[in-house]
Design a protein around this ligand. Structure first.
Ligand SMILES: NC(=O)c1ccc[n+]([C@@H]2O[C@H](COP(=O)([O-])OP(=O)(O)OC[C@H]3O[C@@H](n4cnc5c(N)ncnc54)[C@H](O)[C@@H]3O)[C@@H](O)[C@H]2O)c1
Length: 254
């Protein structure tokens, strides 16, 4: 089924786990996808994979914290594909794990720069160009709805982007541009491996077991579970979903 035929989507963090899984899903349904990421090697790798699968996908290397780079990825998208229908504002970093009083200022600034400034800049430069009737999804997290000790920067950043989403929802409703967050719980990928190790160095497996015990479904999400939600939020099946948080956490918040 080509639900997204001729639709153009920008995905930041596009060579990462959730970003690329979403790119593959949208491209498999006919979308033209521009991957944006700071990791050029990973982008090349993903582009090769996409080519083999026959997907209409290309990339641009950009640092989402720099406005010149953000302007560039918007321009590249318009030059290559002539419009923007959907925006997955997804790039993010987890930072380190330390109690608040020991959390280094420069680490705090780094996480906020990518996860908040990067998301804000994406909105700032995509909004004037995205088609009326489009849809924007920002990656927040269950960390945007509840805290975990030791993760002050990440927790603050994922709460902050819900504020960005809500403000944008109020501003863009009149253009029928829908804006929502996806709020994953624990996803089985690199970011969680890093956090498991940070939360209890040398005992990552134990941390994973603990997390699994906190999930009523008893398991981590696969990246696909998150991209299924993002795809829904871009599709016509979510036409009245606007200004909301969409939790995909196996019941953790219950
Ligand atoms: N993995 C999880 O369990 C989980 C849970 C909840 C929310 N999230 C959120 O989902 C999003 C995607 O995470 P993921 O799990 O795919 O992690 P990931 O590390 O696989 O992907 C993140 C991508 O962002 C890119 N990136 C980092 N800094 C950047 C910058 N300055 N400019 C451009 N790109 C940059 C990275 O290179 C990477 O490819 C993030 O916002 C993350 O916080 C993840």
């Amino acid at each position: 089924m080509e639900r997204f035929k001729d639709k153009v989507v920008i995905i930041t963090g596009g060579s990462g786990s959730i970003g690329f899984t979403t790119a593959q899903r949208l491209a498999s349904e006919g979308a033209k996808v521009l991957l944006v990421d700071i990791d050029e090697d990973a982008l090349k790798d993903k582009q090769n994979k996409a080519e083999k699968d026959g997907y209409n996908m290309s990339y641009v290397a950009a640092d989402v914290t720099k406005s010149e780079d953000v302007k560039k990825y918007v321009e590249v998208c318009l030059e290559r594909y002539h419009k923007i229908d959907y925006f997955f504002n997804n790039a993010g970093i987890e930072g380190i794990v330390k109690p608040m009083q020991d959390y280094p200022e420069d680490e705090f600034d780094k996480v906020i720069a990518v996860n908040v400034r990067g998301v804000y800049l994406g909105m700032k430069y995509v909004i004037p160009k995205i088609e009326d009737g489009g849809s924007i999804v920002i990656s927040s997290s269950v960390a945007g709805l509840q805290a975990t000790p030791g993760m002050v920067a990440y927790i603050a950043s994922k709460h902050a982007v819900i504020g960005i989403m809500r403000t944008a929802a109020l501003e863009l409703g009149e253009r029928n541009i829908r804006v929502n967050t996806v709020n994953p719980g624990v996803v089985d990928n690199r970011m969680m491996r890093s956090l498991e190790e940070g939360l209890n160095p040398g005992n990552a497996e134990e941390v994973k077991d603990d997390f699994e015990n906190q999930v009523p479904l008893g398991r981590y999400a696969e990246p696909k579970n998150i991209s299924d939600m993002v795809t829904f939020l871009f599709s016509d099946d979510s036409k009245y979903c606007h200004g909301s948080t969409f939790i995909v956490d196996g019941g953790m918040q219950a």
